[in-house]
Design a protein around this ligand. Structure first.
Ligand code: ATP
Length: 448
């Protein structure tokens, strides 16, 4: 079943509760650019942290890098981006709009939004032409072509050009992978669907190097692993699918490619691509740089250019999918005990921006002191909130809307016997736990 979320509800909640704001909003915004607010940055950091943990630190066969956004311009000639990283674009002579020629069927006409671009009588479209998506800028004070560089449109190339450096410094042996998380830039012709298609975004990419012949096995391994990563962090299985690319979608060098797709409110769309790229990238860099990128097997002394499997995910698209999938509406008692609609984000506790909120029942009788002590203790380990204002019901509701899994109430009994009430976000059930047990309790529930 698709989530109860519509894009309107998600965009509105994201703004209201501080997940995502329009970039440069007070100046009218900048198309295709979004900022993460105080709660959103925690969510996105948690997504990236979980990815890094499962892809790098928990494994023996992976190493991380953090490369620059600006790279030598020859990198992008070798990778094929200068000649081939283009989208087909058409202009409309009537409305002066620019559109992706291959997305006309689902792009509303700005003059008559009930029709799609090209279907309104007044539309006058040009022939499609190629538009390169890389942003250009200049290194140094001279703004001429000799000083021109690109803002990287993917993080993968930083990994390929460092293949030898990592091999020599990390004591890794084939098969092994290199991972990177970082910003990428694409001058998308029509950014759309909130943070789904934007001009500045973050990628989480792996290049997993293996011996030719073992690539099919590793390709299948990574497809399963990456699909299950989303499921294990709470995305409902029925909202996810692995879609193999058809022969017409595959790059000429690719031996296979599958997308992990999520059922967004606007339809099935790509979260991540997993590709078997053979030795294309390393061979290209070998040719353009003149440096050998061969690997010598330490035992057999066999020399070869490794094949590579590339799981390439978007941190922003992933974060959006986790947000949409967590969105739910149910009912909860209001102040007078009557049922009212409650918006709740059912995040996996590891992804939840705030792990727990501490609520002293009243502002007197030692409750705030006890609450603050617990808050300060927990804050050393997790992002937690402390809230003294409004009724308990209102305080719960605020935390439900940002997906805080545990609400901890300090009441008169707490002062007497040292126990507190823990309320579960999803079941709304409450249990009494000794305050000194709370860190262990949360540890088990979050990391468990
Ligand atoms: P699409 O077909 O949707 O443009 P793509 O196939 O070009 O995506 P890749 O080049 O495979 O995307 O990039 C890997 C991942 O980076 C994507 O699966 C996506 O999560 C993310 N990504 C790519 N372009 C964007 C973008 N403009 N905005 C947000 N995320 C993006």
């Amino acid at each position: 079943m698709a989530s109860k979320a519509s894009m309107e509800k998600i965009v509105s909640l994201a703004k209201r509760r501080g997940f995502v704001f329009q970039s440069s909003e007070i100046y009218g915004g900048l198309n295709g650019c979004w900022d993460y607010g105080p709660v959103g940055v925690e969510l996105k950091n948690n997504v990236k942290r979980e990815w890094w943990r499962s892809s790098v630190t928990e494994r023996d066969d992976m190493a991380g890098v953090d490369c620059t956004i600006l790279m030598h311009p020859r990198v992008w000639e070798a990778s094929g981006h200068v000649s081939g990283f283009t989208d087909p674009m058409v202009d409309c002579k009537t409305c002066k709009g620019r559109f992706r020629a291959d997305h006309l069927a689902d792009t509303p006409c700005p003059q008559k939004p009930s029709k799609m671009v090209g279907q309104h009588d007044a539309c006058e479209l040009t022939e499609a032409r190629k538009f390169n998506l890389m942003f250009k800028t200049f290194i140094g004070p001279m703004e001429d072509t000799a000083a021109q560089v690109y803002m990287r449109p993917e993080t993968a190339q930083g990994i390929f050009v460092n293949f030898k450096n990592v091999l020599e410094t990390s004591r890794q042996k084939i098969p092994f992978g290199i991972a990177q998380v970082g910003k990428s830039f694409r001058n998308e012709i029509t950014p759309k669907q909130f943070t789904f298609r934007v001009r500045e975004f973050e990628q989480m990419e792996i290049e997993f190097f293996c011996k030719p012949g073992s690539d099919e096995e590793w390709y299948n391994y990574w497809k399963d692993l990456r699909f299950n990563w989303y499921v294990n962090l709470g995305i409902k299985k029925e909202n996810l699918r692995l879609r193999p690319h058809g022969a017409d979608e595959l790059a000429h060098y690719a031996r296979g490619c599958s997308d992990v797709e999520y059922l967004f409110p606007f339809g099935w769309s790509e979260l991540e691509g997993i590709a078997n790229r053979a030795d294309f990238d390393l061979k290209q860099h070998q040719q353009f740089s003149g440096k050998s990128l061969e690997y010598t097997d330490p035992q057999s002394r066999e020399r070869y250019v490794p094949y590579v499997i590339e799981p390439s995910a978007g941190a922003d698209r992933g974060t959006l999918a986790f947000l949409i999938d967590a969105y739910d509406e149910d009912t909860a008692p209001d102040e007078k005990g009557a049922e009212e609609t409650r918006i709740v984000l059912r995040f996996h506790p590891r992804l939840a921006p705030v792990k727990a909120a501490i609520f002293p029942l009243t502002k007197k009788d030692g409750m705030p002191e006890l609450g603050e002590k617990l808050y300060k203790q927990l804050k050393k380990r997790w992002n937690v909130d402390y809230d003294l204002s409004g009724s308990i019901g209102k305080r719960y509701r605020r935390q439900d809307e940002i997906g805080t899994p545990f609400g901890i109430t300090v009441d008169a009994d707490s002062v007497k016997d040292g126990t507190v009430t823990v309320r579960d976000r999803d079941t709304m059930k409450q249990e009494r736990v000794a305050a000194e047990q709370i860190p262990a309790y949360l540890e088990q529930k979050i990391e468990g």
